[in-house]
Write a protein that binds this ligand. Structure first.
Ligand SMILES: Nc1ncnc2c1ncn2[C@@H]1O[C@H](COP(=O)(O)OP(=O)(O)O)[C@@H](O)[C@H]1O
Ligand SMILES: [Mg+2]
Length: 802
């Protein structure tokens, strides 16, 4: 299809080449070393400087025969030749035209070939243009992608040439197999050659593209790998500088996990977590979380145990040494310890000390720790409303921590400490979530060997722990919890006991804490008693201890200022120098008896309490108002007292419907302390009767007892605490329900001997003792008279008799 073809015959020396195909248009340098080739070259140089270059079939062959050489080759000009030092010749040839061998003759050591040289021209056509555009386009891309070609020179070569030669200049630059090149050389039709070149280019481009993609991917990966490698190396260097090797650390962790003595499941969990940790970037947030978790698992005691002291005699000695009095409580503790040694899980096996503040609940629990050779930890449940405080937060929360139980076990460092749960009664009073349910699980011997904390997320065995609870009152502790407990009550101390405790323990402790010696300060008995009487007002010894401490601190200051030789004797006379003016001057018994003011005995969180109960009458509509933080039960017993009074109008000489025109306001001061319980019944009734009859109540008589509608007096709780409170404030006559007489056995003899106790069955007996004089029935009069005496203006036309 080529338009013009010029053919001529030529005879020129022939030189076989290996491993390459010389195309027309191609400038090629190469080294000539073979004897036959040198001869051929010399012959050519001597003549027209033309030589026929054809590729041999097998590149490894040194002496190819004419039939071992392709019969299509290129006629070339020898542009340059240089003889090298080693005898080889370096030549530069320029391809002229393709030629086909017609005949070969052997001459003097080389071959001479007779050739048919073909040069073809092609006429322009749309088809040609299209194919040329395609080839140049593809070739441009090819040059761009291929790294071995010089872009500028290649493009120039392609542009400058005429279309017939384009295929050859492109072909000569392709990096394809020798055989493929030879095929192109043997193709004499320029258009077909162009088409073939285009196809080859397309194939090559595809290969190059794939390669390039792979390359960039490989490169990117390498870059990332390099970057990571670099950063990791740097990190290692930093760690090394800081003295901890990342790898070592993980290995260390593994060793620790294996050595921690965890149960199987927990161990598995820890190992699993460690594996996760290894995969995390060392400084990431998640690895910190993971590491913290492992640290917690490792910090927990899993096996470590204190060696228990099982000798009851030792326990007895320690309890005796560290606490004065409390004989019954100590005995029960020793029994408890003995039973624990014999029975594995006795029912109700949790000790619970109940009593007002400062009576030694916590410090007794600490003594039990020492007496049994266990570690001691304590958690205060006062104000705990959230289950999470006991059981922890799940690890998914940021900043999550285990609950108090686990935290304290970590602190204990052994699996069998004495664990004090302080103020269990304060927890359940205002709970949110349900901390008491979690606490049940902690205290239940059937459940607590597999306690689960939300954070730790593995079962933890609490069964070896000795739990001890403390509480101020029992009634706010949920019943199921109470059922688990063995309750020991500590009522409070008498003045004498307090004096002994102060002399033997508190003073010594405070001297130590304030850095004084016994030479610096002596507390006389009278001095201590003065503190107890006039600076404290409590069932326990907490304030007493604080006041003693405050005296010591003042003396410390003087020692620092004036030197070690300071020596002070603390007596009633100089106490006000240290503690200021006395805080509780008036003893109750020295007060004046008043109308409508009765003295009740209550049992509150701070122990036995003496409470004034006031009743005030006003003209009104029969309302009964109660103030002073009184609980529901107390409100009801006020109603009951009121009904009792109304049923006795004639006996008290009152108009039958007096209440219709009066409002009664009852108030119990000390408003901050919540008060509840039925035991104020007789006190309320007494103050109402006193107010209505205008007979004063004896201020040196205190009372406690529940009242029925018919005026019977029913037994109440806390007699010991109440009597001691009355005694403390100097009241010497106490009215109690007859049925409570049995409780008097518990009262310390020094208190009992100073009290006059009236055990009563009816309200009438109460009034006989409590009121200053007997009630004389008075004749019913107009309301104006009654009301006038209460200081209010009566409604003119109202009449008591109606
Ligand atoms: N019977 C006692 N003998 C010696 N010290 C006591 C006695 N009772 C209480 N204490 C001391 O009084 C202080 C208060 O006791 P604490 O145990 O804190 O009371 P609670 O826990 O009941 O509120 C402690 O220093 C304690 O050692
Ligand atoms: Mg305490």
């Amino acid at each position: 299809m080529f338009n013009r073809e010029k053919t001529e015959l030529k005879r020129v020396p022939m030189m076989p080449v290996r491993d390459m195909v010389i195309f027309p248009q191609m400038m090629t340098p190469f080294i000539v070393g073979r004897e036959s080739s040198v001869r051929a070259l010399e012959d050519a140089l001597a003549g027209e400087k033309k030589i026929f270059l054809a590729t041999q079939h097998d590149a490894s062959m040194d002496d190819p025969q004419p039939d071992q050489i392709y019969n299509v080759g290129t006629l070339a000009n020898i542009v340059q030749s240089v003889k090298l030092a080693d005898g080889n010749i370096k030549v530069l040839v320029e391809g002229v035209e393709r030629a086909k061998v017609v005949q070969v003759t052997a001459e003097d050591g080389f071959f001479r070939a007779t050739l048919r040289v073909v040069s073809s021209r092609i006429e322009p056509s749309p088809q040609l243009e299209q194919i040329v555009t395609r080839v140049t386009g593809l070739f441009e891309q090819y040059v761009k992608l291929s790294q071995n070609l010089n872009y500028d020179s290649m493009i120039a070569a392609v542009r400058a040439d005429d279309p017939a030669k384009l295929s050859d200049s492109v072909a000569s630059n392709l990096q394809i197999a020798v055989e493929e090149k030879q095929e192109l050389l043997e193709c004499f039709d320029p258009l077909e050659r162009l088409t073939r070149v285009a196809d080859i280019l397309e194939g090559e481009l595809e290969k190059l593209n794939v390669e390039r993609n792979i390359n960039t991917r490989v490169k990117r990966q390498m870059e990332r790998a390099q970057k990571e490698y670099y950063l990791n190396e740097k990190l290692k260097a930093i760690h090394k500088e800081l003295g901890r090797g990342e790898k070592n650390e993980l290995e260390e962790l593994k060793k620790k996990i294996d050595a921690a003595g965890m149960p199987k499941d927990t161990h598995e969990k820890a190992v699993q977590e460690l594996k996760r940790l290894e995969l995390m970037p060392p400084m990431s947030a998640e690895s910190t979380v993971s590491r913290n978790y492992l640290d917690w698992l490792l910090a927990m005691p899993w096996k470590k145990k204190s060696k228990e002291i099982r000798d009851i005699a030792v326990a007895e000695r320690i309890l005796e040494e560290e606490h004065f009095g409390l004989e019954k409580v100590k005995e029960r503790i020793l029994e408890y310890l003995a039973v624990r040694q014999l029975v594995k899980n006795p029912r109700g096996s949790i000790l619970c000390f109940v009593g007002p503040p400062g009576v030694g609940k916590t410090s007794l629990a600490m003594s039990i720790g020492r007496a049994t050779g266990r570690k001691f930890v304590r958690v205060s449940l006062g104000g705990v409303r959230d289950e999470a405080e006991i059981r922890g937060h799940r690890r998914t929360y940021i900043g999550a921590l285990p609950g108090q139980i686990v935290q304290m076990m970590k602190k204990a460092g052994t699996i069998n400490p004495v664990f004090v749960l302080d103020e269990v009664d304060k927890m359940s009073t205002d709970f949110r979530g349900d901390p008491s349910a979690a606490l049940m699980e902690v205290l239940d011997p059937e459940l607590n060997h597999a306690f689960t904390d939300h954070y730790l997320d593995v079962e933890y065995d609490l069964s070896k722990v000795m739990f001890i609870c403390t509480a101020n009152v029992l009634h706010t502790i949920p019943q199921p919890l109470q059922d688990r407990m063995e309750v020991l009550r500590l009522a409070g101390y008498t003045e004498l006991e307090k004096l002994q405790i102060a002399k033997r323990f508190l003073v010594k402790k405070q001297l130590e804490q304030t850095g004084l010696t016994a030479a610096n300060v002596t507390f006389t008995d009278e001095g201590l008693q003065h503190i107890i009487r006039h600076y404290t007002h409590e069932a326990g010894v907490r304030t007493l201890e604080r006041e003693i401490s405050s005296v010591c601190r003042k003396i410390s200051r003087r020692v620092v200022k004036e030197g070690r030789s300071v020596s002070v004797e603390v007596t009633p006379a100089n106490l006000s120098d240290f503690l200021g003016i006395i805080k509780f001057r008036e003893l109750w018994a020295h007060k004046k008896s008043e109308v409508g003011l009765a003295t009740g005995l209550a049992w509150t969180e701070v122990g036995g309490q003496v409470l004034a109960t006031e009743a005030q009458l006003m003209v009104g509509k029969g309302r009964l108002t109660l103030t002073g933080k009184l609980g529901d039960v107390m409100q009801e017993s006020a109603q009951a007292a009121m009904s009792y009074v109304r049923s006795r109008t004639s006996q008290f000489g009152l108009p039958r419907d007096f209440y219709r025109h009066l409002d009664i306001h009852m108030h119990v001061p000390e408003g901050a302390i919540p008060k509840d319980g039925p035991s104020a019944g007789i006190t309320i009734a007494t103050s109402i009767v006193s107010a209505l009859t205008r007979i004063p109540v004896r201020c040196d008589v205190a009372m406690t007892g529940e009242i029925t509608l018919r005026g019977k007096v029913l037994p109440i709780g806390g007699v010991k605490e109440k009597l001691m409170a009355a005694h403390r404030v100097g009241i010497r006559t106490v009215i109690i329900p007859k049925d409570n007489e049995k409780d008097l056995a518990d009262i310390p003899p020094e208190v009992r001997s100073e009290l006059t106790i009236c055990a009563v069955e009816t309200m009438d007996e109460v009034l006989q003792t409590a009121l200053e004089r007997a009630i004389e029935p008075i004749a019913p009069g107009p309301v104006s008279e009654v009301a006038a005496e209460y200081g209010s203006e009566p409604d003119a036309d109202q009449n008591l008799t109606n």
